[in-house]
Structures are given as structure tokens and as C-alpha cells.
Ligand binder design. Structure first.
Ligand code: IPM
Ligand code: MN
Length: 356
């Protein structure tokens, strides 16, 4: 029987709709080659919608999203909306609402893509960052005292629960085992200063590690991770870390794999609704110019298929992307590809259509 998946699509702001259209083009092509079908429901969320209606995400939308098999997101962000409103009101809201406690960021340098790291190639850059996605500094815990006075105090608390830390670490061990590459999991923390939060992380890491004797474990402080990621990226297989450090190191990692044009991520609830997105923003200055690279969004679709259990189709997408990066694109940066956004989508589609 042909399986059907309902994909909730949030094209969002700026270049979001342009890249999502290419992602859907590719998803349709690959589903035609597979024994599943995808149906899409569009949700009009983002800065434009907020400006017009004053609304971020309402209960009806949450309700509909919760009935989908996955959420496919373009970009959220608007130059006329104060920073924080859309991020907290939409993106983080969705992550928290659906308890997407894993932020998964594969970091892979594909052949034909330039890395800013000297003397490093695809054989050196192939790792995954697993970031806790619902706790840490992101919960919004804290507040002001005496705001606006010379005695003002601002407190932003990092919340780390045994349950939250453990489920993330456990996911990372499982992922590392399934990935079956170097079978090495590195905990990225700051045990030398954050002696409460990362004490909990380290103890949990060591406890869970006992159940995974086949996985090598390693620890490094976040500042050292930044050093090694630039100097010896080949040391990493899977890295697990908290929300804030994960946010930072995954952008560093995105740059060494070629930049925002190809960096994709997933917000995963292993037993719920997950959300897949390119990690670049809405790129207002490129909006409507058809120069933005849709590969990041197409790779987000690849992770989406992998996560919902369509590994073969996901691999087809990756194979096609590899060919485009190796043989076709001049550069992965916006405006330098030698092709328009739509043409890049067409190229990926062509390789899928012509695949076995
Ligand atoms: C990301 C983004 C978000 C984050 C912002 C937009 C809230 O930077 O997905 O990494 O900090 O998590
Ligand atoms: Mn980020």
C-alpha cells in the first residue's frame, strides 16, 4: 500500500517561500520514485502575517500542525519586526510546543564545496551536532529587577533538568550508534566554570555511556571545541551539547561546511511532530531575486524523509545534491551559483528523475 504523509509547510518570510518551493519540487520528484506520497498544507506564519494581523501562532494552527507528520519551514524573520518577537513567538514557540528536544545539525563538506579551512577536504569534515533544544538559556526563565534604573539587574537562567539532559544524551548515543561511522560521541560543555549545569551533563553523560560500550566518549570545553573544529574537524563524529552552546557551535560548523547555502537542521521530537528547516534566515536583501541557494532547504527535506522513515528516498535526495554540488554549481553562495534558485531545484530534480 502506498503510504501517505501530511506535511505542514510554513514558507515564512523573505526568501523562505522561494527555497521551500524548490524543496517541494524535489520532494515530489523523489516521492514519485518511491512508494509513498506527500500532501502539503500551507500555513501563513511569519513577519508579514504578524504585521498584518498582530498574530503569531494561534491555537487552530497548533491544532492543525499537531495532526501533520512533519513541519517543513522556510524562514522566519522580518526587518520591520523587533528582534525576539518572531523568534520567540513563532520559531521557539513551535520547538517548545511540540517538545522538539533535539536540534540536529549534520555538518558535511561535500565534494565541490569550498571550506574556509586550509588543507581540509570532505574526508575531514563529516560530523553531527546534537543540540538540546528545549532547555538551557532558552526557556525564558529570569527577569529584571529595578529595570531602567542605575541599579538594574538582569537575570537569565540556564535550566537543566536530569530528564531533559538525559533524553538528549541518550538520543545522541543512539544516533552515533546508528550512524555507525567513527562511533565517537563528544560532550561539549564548560565543566571548569559552569560547575552546576555541566556537572549534571557530565554525570548524566557518564551514566548513559555505560549502556553504550561500543561508543567511544570524549569531553571538551566549548571554547576548545571551537578551536578544534577549525584546526582538526576530523576529530569529531557526533557532538552533544546544551541549547546555547549548540546554537553557537552549529553556526561555526555551518561555515566550515560551506555556509548557509547548504546548512540544514532539524528540530526533532522522536515520538511527536518534528520540524525541518534550512538554518539560514529570511535574507531580506535577496528576496525575490531568485539568487538564494535552495540546497539547504532541500537537505532539510532529506533529513525530514530520513526522520519519518523514508531512508531510501532521503538517500536519493542526497545523491542528487552531491552531483549538483560537484558538477554544476560554481559556488554555494547566494548570487554566485551560476544558476537561479529555481534552476538549482530543477537540477536536483533532474538527477532524481534520472536515478535508478
Ligand atoms: C537557530 C536560530 C534560532 C536559535 C534563533 C532564530 C531563535 O539561531 O535555529 O539556531 O537561536 O535557536
Ligand atoms: Mn542559531
Amino acid at each position: 500500500m502506498t503510504k501517505k504523509y501530511n506535511i505542514a509547510v510554513i514558507p515564512g518570510d523573505g526568501t523562505g517561500p522561494e527555497v521551500v518551493a524548490e524543496g517541494i519540487k524535489v520532494l515530489d520528484a523523489v516521492s514519485m520514485k518511491s512508494n509513498f506520497r506527500l500532501s502539503y498544507q500551507n500555513f501563513n506564519l511569519g513577519g508579514e502575517h504578524y504585521k498584518n494581523t498582530g498574530e503569531l501562532v494561534n491555537d487552530t494552527v497548533f491544532e492543525s500542525l499537531s495532526r501533520s507528520d512533519a513541519i517543513y519551514l522556510g524562514a522566519i524573520g522580518h526587518p520591520d519586526v523587533k528582534p525576539g518577537i518572531l523568534e520567540k513567538g513563532i520559531l521557539l514557540k513551535l520547538r517548545f510546543h511540540f517538545d522538539q528536544y533535539i536540534n540536529l545539525r549534520p555538518v558535511k563538506l561535500y565534494e565541490g564545496v569550498e571550506t574556509p579551512l586550509k588543507n581540509k577536504g570532505p574526508e575531514h569534515i563529516d560530523f553531527v551536532v546534537i543540540r538540546e533544544n528545549t532547555e538551557g538559556l532558552y526557556t525564558g526563565a529570569g527577569g529584571f529587577l529595578k529595570k531602567g534604573t542605575p541599579d538594574e539587574v538582569a537575570i537569565q537562567e540556564s535550566i537543566n533538568t536530569r530528564k531533559g539532559v538525559e533524553r538528549c544524551i541518550r538520543y545522541a548515543f543512539e544516533y552515533c550508534r546508528k550512524r555507525n561511522k567513527r562511533k565517537k560521541l563528544t560532550l561539549c560543555g564548560k565543566t571548569n566554570v559552569l560547575t552546576y549545569a555541566f556537572d549534571l551533563w557530565e554525570r548524566t553523560f557518564m551514566d548513559v555511556a555505560k549502556e553504550y560500550p561500543d561508543i567511544k566518549t570524549d569531553y571538551a570545553n566549548v571554547d576548545a571545541i571551537c578551536m578544534w573544529m577549525v584546526k582538526n574537524p576530523e576529530w569529531f563524529d557526533v557532538i552533544v551539547t546544551d541549547n546555547m552552546f549548540g546554537d553557537i557551535i552549529s553556526d561555526l560548523a555551518a561555515m566550515i561546511q560551506g555556509g548557509m547555502g547548504i546548512a540544514a537542521g532539524a528540530n526533532i521530537n522522536p515520538s511527536g511532530v518534528s520540524m525541518f528547516e534550512p538554518i539560514g534566515g529570511s535574507a531580506p536583501k535577496y528576496t525575490g531575486k531568485h539568487v538564494i541557494n535552495p540546497i539547504a532547504t532541500i537537505l532539510a527535506a532529506q533529513i525530514m524523509l530520513e526522520t519519518i522513515g523514508e531512508q531510501k528516498a532521503a538517500a536519493k535526495i542526497e545523491d542528487a545534491v552531491k552531483k549538483v554540488l560537484r558538477d554544476d554549481l560554481k559556488d554555494v553562495a547566494a548570487g554566485k551559483m551560476g544558476y537561479t534558485t529555481q534552476e538549482v531545484g530543477d537540477l536536483v530534480k533532474k538527477y532524481i528523475v534520472n536515478s535508478e
